[in-house]
Design a protein around this ligand. Structure first.
Ligand code: F3S
Length: 64
């Protein structure tokens, strides 16, 4: 499972990192770091919560 990060959509709400700080890393200004995120086994639930928490829909889960 992978998270596709659409960095351009991120407005720095930081809700993703509030759900799962180990999965969603933010820069010093509170914006998500660029690049897709590989979800480790067992981390699917917090990953999916973080993805759904983003009000800008900047995050998308993909099975591959
Ligand atoms: Fe950005 Fe959405 Fe997270 S706006 S910091 S990806 S909650």
């Amino acid at each position: 499972m992978r998270i596709i990060v659409q960095k351009a959509k991120c407005q720095g709400h930081a809700r993703c990192a509030a759900q799962a700080p180990d999965i969603f890393k933010l820069d010093n200004d509170g914006y998500i770091l660029p690049g897709d995120i590989e979800v480790a086994e067992g981390e699917e639930l917090p990953a999916s919560r973080g993805v759904r928490s983003c009000p800008e829909r900047a995050l998308e889960l993909t099975p591959t």
